[in-house]
Design a protein around this ligand. Structure first.
Ligand code: GDP
Length: 197
C-alpha cells in the first residue's frame, strides 16, 4: 500500500471521545518502549507522526490518525508501566479494554512484542485476554535488527510454543524492524486487503 496521506486527527482520554467509528480502523498496542511509535512512523514514511520515546506513563491517550483518507490508524497507550500507582493502572486498563471491546469499526488489533525478550507474562496475559474476548488480533515482533536472524527465529518460536500451550491456532505474525524498515509492507498489505468496510 502506498501511503498518500497520514494526518493526526485527535487524542482522546475516553473511548467515547474517539472519532466516529465510521471507517475501518487498525489499532496498535504494546508495552511502553516496545517500538510502537517508531514502527508507526516507519509504516507511514514519516519521522515524527507518532512521537517516539515519550516519558513512559505520561500520555495515556488514544491517538487517531487518518490514513489515505480511508482508514484510521490508532495508537493505543502502552500497557505495563512500572512507574504508575495501582489506581492509575486500573483506570488505564479500563481505558484500553473499554476501547477494544466497544470500538465497532476495529478491524484488527496489532499487539507489539520486543523480539529480544523471552515470553513476558504481561504480554501473554494480554494476548489471552484478546483471544477470550474474540478480538481480531495479530502479533508484531519489533526491533528484529537488534538480534541475529537465527536468534530472532528462535525467540519467535518460543513465543509460538508459549501460546500453543493454551491455544490451538496461532494469530498472524509479523517480524519487523522500524530501524531497517523491514516487515512494514506486509502489515500494510494486510490492511489494504481488509479495509473494505
Ligand atoms: P514506544 O514507547 O513503544 O513508542 O517506543 P519507541 O518507538 O519510542 O522506541 C523505543 C526505543 O526503541 C527508542 O529508543 C527507539 O529508537 C528504539 N527502537 C524502536 N524501534 C526500533 C527498531 O526497529 N530497531 C532498533 N534498533 N531500535 C528501535
Amino acid at each position: 500500500m502506498v501511503i498518500k496521506s497520514a494526518e493526526f486527527v485527535k487524542s482522546s482520554g475516553k473511548w467515547q471521545d474517539c472519532p466516529e467509528p465510521n471507517i475501518p480502523e487498525y489499532a496498535f498496542i504494546g508495552r511502553s518502549n516496545v517500538g510502537k511509535s517508531s514502527l508507526i512512523n516507519a509504516m507511514m514514511n514519516r519521522k515524527d507522526l507518532a512521537k517516539t520515546s515519550q516519558t513512559p506513563g505520561k500520555t495515556q491517550l488514544i491517538n487517531h490518525f487518518f490514513v489515505n483518507e480511508e482508514w484510521y490508524l490508532t495508537d493505543l497507550p502502552g500497557y505495563g508501566y512500572a512507574r504508575v500507582s495501582k489506581v492509575q493502572r486500573k483506570d488505564f486498563e479500563k481505558l484500553i479494554t473499554n476501547y477494544i471491546l466497544n470500538r465497532k469499526n476495529l478491524v484488527n488489533l496489532f499487539v507489539l512484542i520486543d523480539v529480544r525478550h523471552t515470553p513476558q507474562k504481561i504480554d501473554i496475559e494480554f494476548i489471552e485476554w484478546c483471544g477470550e474476548n474474540g478480538i481480531p488480533f495479530s502479533i508484531i515482533f519489533t526491533k528484529s535488527d537488534k538480534l541475529k536472524p537465527n536468534a530472532v527465529l528462535k525467540n519467535v518460536e518460543n513465543y509460538k510454543n508459549e501460546l500453543l500451550k493454551t491455544w490451538e491456532g496461532l494469530p498472524e505474525i509479523y517480524i519487523t524492524s522500524a530501524e531497517k524498515k523491514e516487515g512494514t509492507e506486509a502489515i500494510l498489505s494486510f490492511i489494504a486487503k481488509t479495509n473494505e468496510f
